[in-house]
Design a protein around this ligand. Structure first.
Ligand code: ISL
Ligand code: CA
Length: 533
């Protein structure tokens, strides 16, 4: 929301700005929008630190404007998913404030407050944003747990009152008519009793200490089934859980329809190739993406339904991950789209992905805004030079995806009349929505065509998945079949030409990122064929 569209020139995207662009989204074929947090917040972590679950952040607009946005969406037959951030609240939330100030307040039991036997934090858990996961409060001589920033205090889900208050809040939004939720780090909500010391080996391996005590805690299923029964189910609300680190087998337990927990999860194992973390300086090998998808397509089972995505507000752009210099940018953008929209599952695209956005040329640390990047930089400075630290931060910074939408080649890419809240480079002069709307061969049109094809052909949504030439490096080829309808997808995952393997006799070409066929498969070529009937 902060970077989508600014309607009043203060440099910050807002709800009115989103309303200005609903026709654009509808035209593209979008059925549903997921809004990152728009609740009242001091914005230490881009709104993932909520101060009031029942209010809209002033910078974004008013509750009346929210109601209007929801109505405008529904009028267009589109749906709205809100971000539900309930693993933690802001330290400025009244619950936490009262816990600090009022002796014997019931709200102390809403969080994890602990004494320590010495000067050190109660255990060795680390925060995802560098340093200890504990913050010391002098007024109480106690520490409180925060897995993320010092201003994001973990809620104690083992306290029934916390759960009840959250169910009530969810129902309040559902009563307004919102259609569902994306549940932030929802697999972290149940912590192992007593918050045991984090295992050293796992800590070193993962880069974070303590994760084995909450990635998949003892009461997770119970709490999810409870939310479902108390809030989602009566309203027929949709849910997608953000669940870092769970893997396929756990994802099955979280999403199998008969278990009544979540509808889908966002699993992240495909976002880095094995052995790498986001801040590594490396190029992503698409052969791994192929392996990952074949595995999920073949083993996730019929009771589960997959989410399909590469990008979100927490990751650099996928094109830049694959090719640091963004070589073959347009073909690569279309290849990624082809894969995402022809597999079995629900595609989620992140703003700007549909025009082939790439990472930004940030000049110095001053250009960055994200708390994770800033804290990591400070931590790195204790061991490496400023240049090296900046370079490492740039490899994985979440800010690459958080810069303004590039609507046109005008000032600030048409995002704002004022000064944008975050730096952006000059890429918008060439890569923007307006110019791509005027070009039927653009990345944007490619997305539009793919979305249209899925809506037209059920085989692309529900059809069986069948991979061929599985072991052949650099090619990803598969069928989607439903009844008499058969589609064949043929992709070159590399930046060089490769031999064509399959015979495509009897098939008609429906969509290609090169428009016409050649004898070979050219760099990142992606073709969609339909069996002629
Ligand atoms: O830091 C991680 C471990 O490598 C991530 O997987 C992390 O758990 C994940 O990015 C969580 O993201 C969500 O919760 C955060 C927020 O900063 C992100 O923007 C949000 O998407 C805390 O609310
Ligand atoms: Ca604004």
């Amino acid at each position: 929301p902060r970077s989508f569209m600014d309607s009043n020139g203060d440099g910050i995207g807002d709800l009115k700005g989103i309303m200005l662009k609903l026709d654009y989204l509808k035209e593209l074929g979008v059925d549903c929008i997921w809004l990152s947090p728009i609740y009242d917040s001091p914005c230490d972590d881009n709104g993932y630190d909520i101060r009031d679950y029942y209010a809209i952040l002033d910078e974004y607009g008013t509750m009346e404007e929210f109601d209007q946005l929801l109505e405008e969406l529904h009028q267009r037959d589109m749906k709205l998913i809100m971000d539900l951030v309930v693993n933690h609240t802001s330290d400025e939330h009244p619950w936490f404030q009262e816990a600090l100030k009022i002796p014997n307040s019931k709200y102390k039991e809403y969080y994890f407050f602990q004494k320590s036997k010495d000067q050190n934090p109660p255990n060795n858990w680390t925060s995802f944003f560098s340093g200890s996961a504990w913050n010391y409060y002098e007024e109480l001589d106690e520490w409180a747990l925060h897995l993320f920033s010092k201003k994001q205090m973990d809620l104690n889900w083992d306290n029934e009152k916390v759960r009840k208050d959250i169910h009530k809040m969810i129902r309040w939004w559902l009563n307004k008519g919102v259609d569902g939720f994306r549940l932030d780090v929802i697999n972290y909500i149940s912590k192992r009793e007593g918050l045991p010391q984090g295992n050293e080996t796992i800590g070193k391996l993962m880069g974070y200490y303590g994760v084995e005590n909450y990635y998949y805690g003892p009461n997770l299923h119970k709490y999810l089934q409870e939310i479902r029964a108390e809030a989602f189910e009566p309203y027929g609300a949709f849910s997608v859980g953000e669940t870092p680190g769970v893997g396929m087998e756990m994802s099955k337990l979280l999403t199998a329809d008969y278990r009544k927990e979540l509808d889908m999860v966002f699993s992240f194992d495909h976002l880095e190739t094995p052995g790498h973390v986001r801040f590594d300086d490396y190029e992503y090998d698409l052969n791994y993406l192929k392996e990952y998808y074949i595995n999920w397509m073949e083993h996730y089972g019929n009771a589960c339904w997959m989410s399909l995505f590469y990008e979100n507000h927490d990751n650099p752009r996928m094109i830049s991950k694959v090719s640091k210099n963004n070589l073959h940018r347009e073909q690569l953008a279309k290849l990624l789209a082809m894969i995402q929209f022809t597999l079995k599952g629900t595609p989620f695209i992140f703003q700007g992905q549909e025009i082939g956005s790439v990472n930004k040329n940030f000049r110095t640390m001053e250009d960055l805004r994200d708390v994770e990047s800033i804290r990591l930089y400070q931590e790195l400075l204790t061991t490496v030079s400023p240049d090296k630290a900046f370079k490492e931060v740039l490899s994985g910074s979440r800010d690459h995806a958080r810069t303004p939408m590039q609507w046109s080649n005008k000032k600030n890419g048409g995002f704002t009349e004022g000064t944008p809240w975050i730096y952006t480079d000059e890429d918008y002069k060439e890569w923007n929505v307006e110019s791509q709307l005027g070009n039927e061969n653009s990345v944007l049109y490619f997305y539009k065509k793919l979305i249209g094809l899925r809506k037209e052909h059920k085989a692309l949504i529900y059809g069986d998945f069948e991979a061929v030439h599985k072991k052949k490096k650099d090619r990803f080829t598969y069928f989607r079949k439903l009844g008499n309808e058969v589609f064949y997808i043929e992709c070159n995952l590399s930046s060089h030409s490769i031999k064509r393997y399959s015979s495509i006799q009897g098939y008609e070409l429906v969509l290609s990122n090169y428009n016409t066929l050649a004898n070979e498969l050219r760099p990142y070529e992606a073709n969609l064929y339909k069996l002629s009937t």
